[in-house]
Design a protein around this ligand. Structure first.
Ligand SMILES: *[C@@H]1O[C@H](CO)[C@@H](O)[C@H](O)[C@H]1NC(C)=O
Ligand SMILES: *[C@@H]1O[C@H](CO)[C@@H](O)[C@H](O)[C@H]1NC(C)=O
Ligand SMILES: *[C@@H]1O[C@H](CO)[C@@H](O)[C@H](O)[C@H]1NC(C)=O
Ligand SMILES: *[C@@H]1O[C@H](CO)[C@@H](O)[C@H](O)[C@H]1NC(C)=O
Ligand SMILES: *[C@@H]1O[C@H](CO)[C@@H](O)[C@H](O)[C@H]1NC(C)=O
Ligand SMILES: *[C@@H]1O[C@H](CO)[C@@H](O)[C@H](O)[C@H]1NC(C)=O
Length: 688
């Protein structure tokens, strides 16, 4: 892998614009897309010409921070605005004069810590280090090295952090190759610390032993880890990163995390990192803020460098050293930890100067191409995607974008930003809206279908009913919207089925099934929601007296077959295993031919299957005629009313449906089904 690679497109359009010619409304913006593409090429060419190419440029972690070479340990740091620097730590008794650093013309400071006379490393493994610097005003500032690979609290859990030199004698030995790249992403979104039923911080090891098998059994093919990059403030959920190259020490060691990923690979799971490059913690002593004493360095100075709501720092993506730092950071996680993909957090904030705050995107393309568009942010995203996809062909990148940016998930040479998939952020909003504002009788079938299918052509979407956002304190999960207080008393299979629980269980299954069946080319579930986890998520913080009661996931509920949670859990598994067999997520979008408002029936075909939903709260439909494309006999693949999923078994499990010639709903054949109230059926054509 030498320089940047461009896939040439002889499509007859100006470079980097072809997608604009597939959409008449986008065409006026082709010149803007062309200029942006040329800037992208120019950045790549500069990296080729002056920085030794992509491969070299994105291995910044082999130059910066601490690296062991034949003469000793070299430590390097970029700090443009200080007048002196030295390395301090346990190894030199924090003596500011012992290991002074030398600056070169690129403002990179360097020092060599030679090997000891016995050949040992000059800095012991697992000992604390910091960089001490002097500002032009004479102030002495101590910071955690920017490229540090481990950081720990200095004293107790509430204290500030220290850098740690981490260089275990034996590197982790990987055992399992990553599975092949899935084309039907079924993502289990998880956070290590909350992944135990106990009110405590769970570890990487506990996750490996207890949670990975649960995920694999449920039929997911990908686990997405939140809160991995070190964040001094636990209650930030990992979104206020302090040390970008360090994995959170709260949960264990870097080797523990490698074992987690290795084990996941062995179970056939892809592993994604929730990567936060959209902003950084504003904590000066723990993080990157004011690293060299100025309010710039890695960030924009002044207002542009602060996120007005998150109170965090905003990167200067146009600065070459920031590009080196962040691109190397992604690359580091892909090579050192073998992550198979990345979920880029809050890309809307990176792409617009307004950060998406108080802006409603109506879909008018002018909203994406104007003076509010932050080209530096967009170019950085293009560089990351370009680099990742060229160096790691099996990596998958996912954008968390609320704006609906056109081309976000198209390849760069066509005018895109280069992500593989985007999160369908509007779908959870739709479910909340329906559950909160509408009675079941007034749910609009056309609205549900439109909301689940109205996505950009040729751009892939990850559908989800709810993510961690809906689980957090202040929000409400679907299970909680549906069943609320009754979950505390009426979830035992020995207690009578109440109308609230019956409705809750039925709709919980149907909502998941229609979202996975119709909403995208991938699916995501946040841990616990597969079994309707009760209550919300709240991290220990001052406001709740540092309580861990809600910072946990009660997997025990799903494992107890006497509880109805276990039935919701089994449904999740059945749904995912059916997907694994029929692969509807990689099939083209569904053909919908029925969204009947009075009957509350939705029917569609996808993945060669026939899907029928009856959302009617009271009416069961007998001999209901549903059109179909293929003649033959049909059998049941999935039935939400099955007793295994705590349904009522009203539909005979071995029922066979014979197609009858005759046009219904624009299809040449039809079948007649008994479709009980609040039930969904998925049918397949039986082989002849
Ligand atoms: C920091 O250094 C840069 C050049 O290295 C210079 O342009 C800038 O003015 C300096 N800022 C401060 C606050 O010293
Ligand atoms: C300064 O050091 C860095 C890191 O070794 C190196 O990449 C850069 O080329 C050096 N700059 C100059 C002007 O020598
Ligand atoms: C951290 O601070 C909180 C609040 O002051 C306190 O309740 C908790 O015990 C502290 N933890 C440790 C380990 O000192
Ligand atoms: C941030 O920095 C201050 C010291 O400047 C420290 O007291 C505080 O605990 C740090 N951490 C967080 C999470 O705020
Ligand atoms: C889906 O519904 C949500 C909530 O009402 C709305 O914000 C969003 O724009 C809708 N999306 C589509 C494609 O209809
Ligand atoms: C279900 O839960 C509620 C409390 O939320 C309780 O009042 C009710 O008696 C329980 N049982 C039945 C059968 O409704």
């Amino acid at each position: 892998m030498e320089g940047c690679v461009f896939r040439s497109r002889n499509d007859g359009y100006p470079a980097g614009t072809s997608m604009a010619f597939q959409d008449p409304w986008l065409k006026p913006y082709a010149p803007i897309m062309h200029r942006r593409y040329l800037r992208y090429r120019e950045l790549c060419e500069n990296i080729d010409n002056y920085e030794g190419g992509w491969d070299h440029f994105t291995r910044g972690y082999e130059k910066f921070g601490f690296n062991v070479v034949s003469e000793g340990i070299i430590y390097r740091e970029w700090a443009p605005n200080v007048t002196s620097a030295s390395l301090i730590g346990d190894f030199n008794n924090w003596n500011r004069n012992a290991n002074p650093m030398k600056r070169n013309e690129s403002n990179v400071w360097e020092t060599l810590i030679p090997h000891r006379s016995d050949g040992g490393l000059g800095i012991p493994h697992n000992s604390k280090v910091k960089i001490s610097m002097t500002t032009p005003e004479g102030e002495v500032i101590d910071r955690i090295p920017a490229w540090i690979r481990r950081a720990v609290p200095e004293s107790d859990i509430n204290s500030t952090y220290s850098g740690v030199f981490w260089h275990p004698e034996k590197p982790y030995e990987w055992r399992n190759a990553a599975p092949s790249k899935p084309e039907n992403l079924k993502i289990y979104e998880a956070h290590v610390g909350i992944s135990s039923p106990e009110p405590k911080i769970a570890s990487y090891n506990e996750f490996t032993e207890n949670v990975l098998p649960h995920i694999a059994r449920l039929g997911y093919n990908t686990v997405q880890l939140m809160g991995i990059m070190e964040h001094a403030y636990y209650a930030s959920f990992g979104y206020q990163v302090t040390n970008f190259f360090a994995v959170s020490s709260r949960f264990g060691t870097p080797e523990d995390l490698k074992r987690l990923i290795d084990t996941a690979h062995g179970l056939g799971l892809y592993v994604f990192l929730d990567i936060v490059h959209s902003h950084a913690s504003s904590n000066v002593s723990d993080g990157l803020n004011k690293f060299d004493g100025t309010d710039q360095c890695y960030f924009h100075s002044g207002d542009r460098g602060y996120h007005p709501i998150w109170n965090s720092r905003l990167f200067n993506y146009g600065e070459l050293e920031v590009q080196r730092f962040l691109l190397s950071n992604v690359r580091f996680y892909a090579s050192e930890y073998r992550f198979d993909g990345f979920r880029f957090d809050a890309v809307t904030s990176m792409m617009f100067h307004h950060h998406g705050i108080g802006v409603g995107f109506t879909g008018n393309y002018a909203e994406y191409f104007n003076e509010q568009t932050d080209d530096d942010g967009i170019l950085y995203l293009m560089l990351t995607n370009g680099m990742l996809h060229n160096i790691f062909p099996n990596i998958i990148t996912i954008a968390e974008d609320a704006s609906g940016m056109p081309g976000l998930c198209r390849i760069i040479e066509e005018g895109g930003i280069g992500f593989d998939q985007r999160l369908a952020m509007a779908i959870p909003e739709m479910w909340v809206k329906l559950l909160k504002e509408y009675s079941d009788e007034s749910w609009n079938m056309g609205y549900i279908v439109h909301n689940l299918t109205n996505r950009r052509d040729l751009e892939k979407t990850i559908a989800y009913c709810e993510s961690h956002d809906q689980a957090l304190v202040g929000s409400k999960t679907i299970a909680f919207w549906l069943m609320d207080q009754e979950m505390y008393q009426n979830m035992s299979i020995q207690s009578p089925m109440t109308t609230v629980i019956d409705r809750g269980l039925s709709l919980h299954k149907m909502i998941r099934l229609i979202t996975q069946g119709l909403g995208g080319e991938g699916y995501l579930n946040f841990e616990g929601n597969e079994f309707g986890h009760p209550e919300w998520l709240d991290f220990p913080r001052e406001g709740n007296n540092y309580n861990y009661h809600y910072a946990r996931r009660q997997f025990n509920l799903a494992q107890d077959s006497l509880l109805r949670y276990s039935k919701l859990n089994e449904f999740d598994r059945a749904m995912n295993l059916a997907e694994q067999e029929y692969k509807w997520l990689k099939s083209p979008q569904a053909w919908i031919y029925l969204a009947h408002e009075d009957d509350k029936v939705i029917a569609f075909e996808r993945g060669g299957l026939l899907w029928i939903f009856n959302f009617h709260p009271t009416k069961s439909h007998v001999d209901y005629q549903v059109g179909t494309g293929s003649a033959g006999s049909y059998k049941i693949v999935l039935n939400t009313d099955d007793a295994r999923f705590e349904g009522h078994n009203r539909v005979e499990p071995h029922q066979v449906y014979f197609s009858i010639p005759g046009e219904r709903h624009g299809r040449p054949q039809y079948i007649q089904v008994y479709i009980p109230t609040r039930t969904a059926l998925v049918l397949t054509l039986r082989p002849e």
